[in-house]
Design a protein around this ligand. Structure first.
Ligand code: ATP
Ligand code: FE
Length: 355
């Protein structure tokens, strides 16, 4: 019986119905536009927009699936980490439906959902058996995770300041490109020379696999005094964009090299998050994987950015893993959404009764 999931942790409102074998029955994603004038996600606007959009979104998704609510096997929702207002809206909607339908409610960790997307049938050629190395690069996250099993995630390193997407967004702002900035920086970079502007690569060569982007961002700002930003010749702006993008890509590849040394040999290199849309980064990742003789998996873009299919799939994987471990299906009605929810806490789900 298919699982319905709700995603509302940031600025995408999404609902999906996924069969237990991973077949996507129906999906709907709505990216909020109300944040554009503010140049970033405004939490209060996000929460209200989720509340306004969700009931119709859920109904539409059921209609697309040609299903009645009672035909669902379980309801899942992202319960953290993320913006708490939106998380509460999505979780309460899911819990309300679960109670009304007398079905289990599964609270999903949003990062876990990104991590398990590669195992959706059809995404990775080899099905991404455990353990695999995950690079998560989005607007809010930048980390390397050893995915060792359902519920078993080891954070190998992460950013000590900005996330990769955040750096793209800030550089875009400096170049006057609007928000979200990643796609605009990439487009402009196509006209530029990645070796034209010398920029630092913070932490590169250092042990471990933490990331730092704030020094890189500052270096870009120093190349761009406020008075020249508006009057910058297009070629110069393009050179800066290309050089910045190259620096990000170099940093990521260096860090991944260290991540490989920090885990048992992975079966696959997996990338997820909105920054995975970046063509230059993708090409470097593909090349890195080939050099290390590793299969490379990048989910299609709509499954890389925030979506509800991954949330449903994480719930399905959790239910299956618990059944295999002789544990009952969790019912997380009492679990409250959490703005922070470390992945390390997911392991207890696979051994103990639900919280
Ligand atoms: P979260 O971090 O909670 O997962 P988010 O909404 O911030 O959610 P995503 O939707 O996964 O993150 O990704 C959005 C980010 O990806 C933005 O920072 C955006 O600038 C960046 N991005 C999108 N396309 C590109 C691209 N082509 N090149 C570089 N960055 C990109
Ligand atoms: Fe996300």
């Amino acid at each position: 019986t298919p699982v319905m999931a709700i995603e509302s942790s940031c600025d995408d409102t999404a609902c999906a119905i996924v069969a237990t074998d991973g077949r996507i029955v129906a999906e709907t994603t709505l990216t909020q536009s109300g944040h554009v004038p503010f140049g970033g996600v405004v939490p209060e606007i996000a929460a209200r927009a989720h509340l306004a959009a969700l009931p119709a979104l859920v109904r539409d998704t059921l209609t697309k699936a040609n299903m009645q609510p009672h035909e669902l096997g379980a309801i899942a929702a992202s319960c953290g980490p993320g913006l708490i207002g939106g998380l509460i809206v999505g979780a309460d909607m899911g819990k309300g439906m679960a109670i009304a339908l007398d079905k289990p409610f599964i609270a999903v960790n949003h990062i876990e959902a990104h991590a398990l997307t590669a195992r959706l049938p059809g995404v990775a050629e080899n099905g991404a058996p455990f353990p695999y190395l995950l690079l998560l690069v989005s607007g809010g996250h930048c980390q390397c995770i050893a995915v060792e099993g359902v519920g078993h995630y080891r954070r190998l390193g992460g950013t000590i300041d900005d996330a990769a997407g955040e750096a793209f967004d800030k550089v875009a702002k400096m170049l006057g490109l609007g928000w979200p900035g990643g796609p605009a920086v990439e487009a402009l970079a196509r006209e530029g020379d990645p070796r034209a502007v010398s920029l630092p690569r913070p932490l590169m060569g250092r042990p471990g696999c933490d990331f730092s982007f704030s020094g890189l961002k500052t270096a870009v700002a120093q190349k761009l005094p406020a008075e020249v930003r508006t009057a910058l010749p297009r070629q110069e702006a393009a050179d800066i964009a290309a050089s910045f993008q190259q620096a990000v890509s170099d940093i990521v590849i260096d860090r991944l090299g260290h991540a490989l040394d920090m885990m048992e040999r992975p079966t696959t290199l997996v990338v997820a998050g909105g920054v995975a849309a970046n063509g230059v980064l993708r090409a470097s990742l593909r090349d890195f994987a080939a050099r290390h003789d590793l299969p490379f998996a990048a989910p299609p873009l709509r499954l890389c950015t925030d979506n509800a299919v991954m949330v449903a799939w994480a719930a399905i994987e959790t239910m299956r893993a618990r059944r295999e471990a002789g544990l009952p299906i969790p019912n997380d009605i009492a679990l409250r959404p959490r703005p922070r929810w470390p992945l390390a806490e997911m392991a207890q789900r696979m051994t103990a009764p639900p919280l």
